[in-house]
Design a protein around this ligand. Sequence first.
Ligand code: NAG
Ligand code: NAG
Ligand code: NAG
Ligand code: NAG
Length: 525
Amino acid sequence: MSSKNINSPTNVVGQLIFLILIGNHYYYWAVADSPIKTVVVLVMENRSFDHMLGWMKKLNPEINGVDGSESNPISTTDPKARRILFGDRSHYVDPDPGHSFQAIREQIFGSNDSSKNPAPMNGFAQQALSMDSNMPEQVMNGFQPDMVAVYKTLVSEFAVFDRWFASVPASTQPNRLYVHSATSHGATSNNASLLAKGYPQRTIFDNLDDAGINFGIYYQNIPATLFYRNLRKLKYIGKFHPYDLTFKNDAKSGKLPGYVVVEQRYMDSKLQPANDDHPSHDVYQGQMFVKEVYETLRASPQWNQTLLVITYDEHGGFFDHVPTPVSGVPNPDGIIGEPFDFKFDRLGVRVPTIMISPWIEKGTVVHGPNGSPFPTSEYEHSSIPATVKKIFDLPSPFLTKRDEWAATFEHILQTRKEPRTDCPDKLPTPTKIRKAEANEDANISEFQQELVQLAAVLKGDHLLTSYPEKIGKKMTVREGKAYMEDAVKRFFEAGFSAKKIGVDEEQIVQMRPSLTTRSSTNLHP
Ligand SMILES: *[C@@H]1O[C@H](CO)[C@@H](O)[C@H](O)[C@H]1NC(C)=O
Ligand SMILES: *[C@@H]1O[C@H](CO)[C@@H](O)[C@H](O)[C@H]1NC(C)=O
Ligand SMILES: *[C@@H]1O[C@H](CO)[C@@H](O)[C@H](O)[C@H]1NC(C)=O
Ligand SMILES: *[C@@H]1O[C@H](CO)[C@@H](O)[C@H](O)[C@H]1NC(C)=O
């Protein structure tokens, strides 16, 4: 070819196409090369980063944790108010600190004025004091690393994220919904009528299913993922597995699906203590559970293709010193919520997030995403569906504007040519913290009541009352546990029967309430 052709218009076009092809080629190569074929997600309950992991800064100064100089005044309006320093004496916490939308606003901003940027993070002690005189001390303390020995090992062996926030400055349910759908569909707290219908938004499970990638939910008392309406469909019934009977076997025989959700025991009983870390449940049990999940995956033939993500739904009212991002956060889907016409345009408090894989370098600390994919992007729960989309090269569009914006973390899996062979087989056994046995006669907590309400929907019992928000209010933990386990069993049995006789797989089984199987006093106000 003669040189005069080089700058001809056709050649410029040719070069452009060549560059685009190179770009695409590189992209597909990178995706096809992802070593991860199984992502396991475990969402614990209600603890802030500083409370669980802040003191690990002593072990690795690169971690943005605490050194004990952090403090909160007992009153944000009185300049002479006593200040409480952040301590390392966390032990067993009961009762549960405040984490409603209003309580969290006061914790973050020190007042009802949510316009301060950066957020001062100075109202934790004051808000706690309004609940109980001992509570300021409880929320202003964290665990010594040896008290959470399982995390101590995981943080030093794998990756800790020290800038990962709850998606909404609100309680459990909205944040758990963001983990798999990048929106709470307008919820800032439990909404009993939405709950009965099931949250309608599209989820990462739907996107995985469309792409032919299998998923599985390993549940204990009840799968909280059934809050999503779509997951109640007959076509997904076979994706739910009782954890105790199946998780270890599936891992051992290399049969874990591509996306795995492990749900813990939310109900505290003597034989099976709760292990979700929710106050007043013993953090020891949560540590034992994380240890069991890790050791099971570590021993699996799938270990070399596995990523385990451990995060916390929200901070549970415990102090954290890192200002909550209050600007540049996109509303996911245009829905405005209650209270105060909340626009879902600021994040919640920072929570602990740990990632584990033989592809992760020992002692990795991940700070913020440094302006990628958007200048204001942060790590938050929507980062999980955003990264799962990349790891599995899912063709579906983003779920919402929020996962499109959220930072992704696949890069921590891309630094090595082969998986590590030095990952520990076993984790330390933590010391027991709570001395007493579970109190099965305790009243159920708000979160447990929400799970009972979900159970009532599965069983059809919610049709018996015009006050769905009162269902379960009077149950004890023992009654609630029995009620929900029975509901789950019946719902799945009915689902499998319906499938057998060929009912359309897009349908959801609607059970008839059976008056003979429960005490109606539990349902009516
Ligand atoms: C702040 O808001 C709470 C509840 O929304 C209210 O009870 C309280 O009186 C307000 N405090 C001030 C100082 O306005
Ligand atoms: C619950 O959700 C429904 C439907 O989105 C909404 O109309 C209703 O106002 C919500 N209730 C509360 C208490 O937020
Ligand atoms: C994982 O990969 C390492 C390094 O290639 C290899 O030594 C080990 O046997 C593999 N383990 C499994 C369970 O395949
Ligand atoms: C449990 O709730 C009932 C009301 O439903 C109340 O009378 C009782 O004091 C509560 N018990 C505890 C231990 O909080």
